[in-house]
Design a protein around this ligand. Sequence first.
Ligand code: IMP
Ligand code: MG
Length: 174
Amino acid sequence: MADKIRVLLKEEEVNARISEIAAQVSRDYEGKCVHLICILKGGVFFTCELAKRLTVPVTLDFMSVSSYGSGTVSSGVVKIVKDLDEPLENKDVLIVEDIIDSGRTLAYLIEVLKQRNPASIRLCTLLDKPERRVKKQVSVDYTCFTIPDEFVVGYGLDYDQKYRNLPYIGVIEQ
Ligand code: IMP
Ligand code: MG
């Protein structure tokens, strides 16, 4: 049976907020080239929408890490499934994530990427669920939306690999 999905953030709302964040990023990186690291697969829709709206030069790379099994509960295990193609030496890196939940994925990733000597490293997320944070040291530089502790899908986010393609952010009704 098809899942019933309640809309939490409409497509227009999400896009308007991404435009605001893009303007802020463009101001902050004035005179620089921003190296976006898209965290696959969830970050892909947000990365595209953000990148299109940036007015500073942009380069892009992709990384895939896993911290979840097929359900909705964190396994606590972070693994690099696909590494970056390019070195990070002297680059102004902006990590682009779909959602920060426990913070385990990002806490690990930031440590790994820092060792590759980027000029700077910042974090940009579409959604943040601060109530669920386990790794308190993860500081987010750009957040589009802070949301309550609910499992969300759409705009890149999945439930068992489904619903990434929804143009809005929704909650699966039980
Ligand atoms: P963290 O390591 O607990 O911060 O988990 C981050 C990753 O878990 C995200 O990149 C998502 O892939 C996944 N995740 C966390 N919360 C949700 C959710 O509400 N919906 C879909 N995926 C989620
Ligand atoms: Mg993800």
